[in-house]
Design a protein around this ligand. Structure first.
Ligand SMILES: NC(=O)c1ccc[n+]([C@@H]2O[C@H](COP(=O)([O-])OP(=O)(O)OC[C@H]3O[C@@H](n4cnc5c(N)ncnc54)[C@H](OP(=O)(O)O)[C@@H]3O)[C@@H](O)[C@H]2O)c1
Length: 305
């Protein structure tokens, strides 16, 4: 297939471009700077410098492609998670950028749109497994994700082709800024546990998120959770991180106290035991790292050696 990628220069994007090329696709990717364009060329993709907000430019760039993949986000680093301005920028990319890409894909006759989203938009379900039809929660941080998902569904409904939404778990792996920070903290014997220690976290290694993007090119239209096989409790997750870092945690926190920070952080404080069954059964995809235990070991091996 000829695949156009927006956000191909980011944390997940770099892995996704490689996975798409490895699967035999021809890849064009949006670049915003010459440096990023050169990186894309080095990977084997063709860079195009167009604006994500300019429908006409995008439609021109999309002409002749079979699929458009949207991985563009402007999620702030964890230190700026509470910043309204930073979240506004992210909302613009997710809402306006995704809508423009869908309009352009329709105008250019592209047959498929794959839209990245997150599984943190489900409601806290305690220890219950969460499928794609589980109840969602429209708190402020998720507005952009819901808007982006709506774009993909609009693409399907308009008869343009298949719109596929991938609700990704909490990233881990080299290149994911927050997971590099967590590993560095663990080396200093500090473990982060956000929310109840017996609450669940559903994670995905970036390399597995990338193969899921490639697998999504054959998925029927719809919404899919892309997480590893075994969500861990937050306590188990912190232990897995400590083991991978080769340390013991002397300090763990902030635990339940993090809930006091309100709904900007609830994406991370809630308990999410998310199931990947629908995506596995629809595409045959399976994660290389079945849980954060293996994911963290591989990440530490890359980052610490
Ligand atoms: N599920 C999760 O856990 C999750 C999800 C998302 C993000 N994160 C965290 O946030 C970080 C971001 O990961 P990510 O891959 O989603 O994001 P990222 O590494 O920040 O990459 C975002 C991508 O979107 C592009 N982009 C941003 N603004 C754009 C705009 N206005 N127009 C066109 N393209 C634009 C970026 O282009 P440039 O390269 O030109 O900037 C880049 O290609 C990770 O390091 C991770 O820590 C976590």
């Amino acid at each position: 297939m000829r695949v156009f990628v927006a956000g191909g220069t980011g944390a997940i994007g770099g892995h996704a471009i490689e996975a798409l090329l490895e699967a035999g696709h021809t890849v064009t990717a949006l670049a915003r700077t010459r440096e990023k364009a050169a990186t894309l060329t080095g990977q084997g993709a063709t860079p195009v410098m167009v604006s994500l907000f300019d429908r006409a430019e995008l439609a021109g760039a999309l002409a002749g492609h079979d699929a458009a993949v949207n991985l563009a986000t402007a999620i702030p680093p964890m230190s700026r998670f509470m910043s309204t301005r930073a979240m506004r920028d992210n909302y613009r990319v997710r809402a306006e950028g995704s809508a423009a890409l869908v309009d352009a894909a329709l105008a250019a006759g592209v047959g498929r749109v794959v839209q990245e989203s997150v599984c943190m938009l489900y409601r806290d379900q305690g220890a219950r497994w969460i499928g794609e039809d589980g109840p969602v929660d429209r708190y402020p941080m998720t507005r952009g994700n819901f808007a982006a998902e709506a774009g993909a569904h609009r693409f399907t409904e308009s008869g343009g082709g298949a719109g596929v939404v991938l609700r990704l778990g909490w990233f881990l792996g080299p290149g994911a800024a927050h997971s590099e920070q967590l590993l560095a903290q663990a080396r200093r014997h500090v473990g982060m546990v956000l929310g109840r220690p017996d609450g669940y976290v559903s994670s995905i290694h970036l390399a597995d998120a990338a193969t899921a993007v490639a697998a999504a090119l054959d998925a029927p239209a719809g919404t899919y959770n892309v997480v590893d096989d075994e969500p861990l409790t937050k306590r188990e997750y912190a232990d897995a991180l400590a083991r991978a870092a080769g340390t013991r945690m002397w300090l763990r926190g902030p635990g339940r106290a993090a809930c006091l920070l309100g709904d900007r952080l609830t994406s991370l404080t809630r308990s999410l035991r998310v199931s990947n069954t629908r995506f596995r059964e629809s595409t045959g995809w399976s994660p290389r790292y079945p849980s954060a235990r293996e994911g963290w070991l591989a990440t530490a091996q890359t980052l610490l050696t």
